[in-house]
Design a protein around this ligand. Structure first.
Ligand code: A3D
Length: 308
């Protein structure tokens, strides 16, 4: 039997998630949204295109939670996206009430799912989902570090004129202005970028990475990035469904790791059949650690505003 993937939120990211999940045949797809007709219309369009890519995955739309019953993977993008001039944190109040409803719907209809949260502000939203659903921590994870890392990888590849495939990078901490691109852990085919790129150019790449989401928002004017966030979450879903044991930076519940007590923060982890199978603790020097701690403090302040 095919796996079932439920996508909560049928907007920009939800649409790309549906297309990629179905066309890669990760499983049958249900696109859920509160707007009537939107998920059904998008699903029908994609289903009609499926013969062209040879996909037999079924794609459907739903406006009630019965539609997601028994899902193996749930990816959540429900909520508002940023507009120019807004920070991710400005979305907290509105998206908090949406996330509470979503967590109840998923808890009641897909109690065994592996859940990937994308809605912003990410670290606060994934925390909210975990608290409301009561799901175990290995089955609730936030997508952010993988996206921030892929942006970092792109900028390094463009700078050096090398394949994106050969660049690995790791961006840790909260998903916001305080995120921490770890330069020492960025390599091209194993060669540290500090041997390949001058210091001032690395600094520019780090700054561009931190502001990369905002750069897209400023250009689009009506919303935020949606292709690269969807592709990032698909990597995570695929790692789980195919038990790949991939290592990504994700927002994981840290309980002792990195000295953090009960917060979702971007850290490297292993994703496989069990969901988040373990968090990897990397060594940081004093400067990296102080940036990371400042980022964690920011997440702490955000989470302190949440009333469940
Ligand atoms: P958008 O295209 O507006 O889609 C959001 C969808 O959510 C809309 O179709 C809404 O109708 C729907 N929705 C609203 N309330 C509910 C509800 N209660 N239940 C179900 N669906 C609902 O936004 P988008 O797809 O561009 O972005 C979605 C979210 O992802 C936003 O919060 C963004 O800020 C966030 N985002 C996060 C990242 C990260 O890296 C973490 C990157 C990009 C966007």
């Amino acid at each position: 039997m095919r796996k079932k993937i439920a996508l909560i939120g049928g907007g920009n990211i939800g649409g790309v998630l549906a297309e990629q999940s179905a066309y890669r045949e990760l499983g049958d797809v249900v696109l859920f949204d509160v707007v009537e007709g939107l998920p059904q219309g998008k699903a029908l369009d994609m289903a009609e295109g499926a013969p062209l890519v040879g996909s037999d995955a079924r794609i459907s739309g739903a406006n009630d939670y019965e539609g997601i019953a028994g899902a193996d993977v749930v990816i959540i993008t429900a909520g508002l996206a940023r507009k120019p001039g807004m920070s991710r944190d400005d979305l907290l109040k509105t998206n908090l009430s949406i996330m509470k409803q979503v967590a109840e719907g998923v808890r009641d209809h897909a109690p065994d799912a592996f859940v990937i949260v994308i809605s912003n502000p990410l670290d606060a939203m994934v925390y909210t989902f975990k608290e409301v659903s009561g799901f175990p921590k290995n089955r609730v994870v936030g997508m952010a570090g993988i996206l921030d890392s892929t942006r970092f990888r792109s900028f390094v590849a463009w700078e050096l004129g090398v394949s994106v495939k050969d660049v690995t990078a790791m961006v840790l901490g909260g998903h916001g202005d305080t995120m921490v691109p770890l330069v020492r852990y960025c390599t091209v085919a194993g060669i540290p970028i500090e041997q390949l790129i001058p210091k001032d150019r690395i600094e520019a790449i780090v700054e561009r990475t931190k502001g990369a989401g905002g750069e897209v928002v400023a250009l689009l004017k009506t919303g935020s990035a949606f292709v690269s966030p969807a592709l990032s979450a698909i990597e995570m879903a695929e790692a789980h469904l195919r038990d790949k044991k991939r290592v990504f930076a994700c927002a994981c519940l840290c309980e002792g790791e990195y000295g953090i007590d009960g917060l979702y923060v971007g850290v490297p982890c292993v994703i496989g059949a069990e969901g988040v199978e373990r968090v990897i603790e990397v060594e940081m020097n004093e400067a990296e650690r102080s940036l990371f701690d400042a980022s964690v403090d920011h997440v702490k302040e955000l989470v302190a505003q949440i009333e469940i």
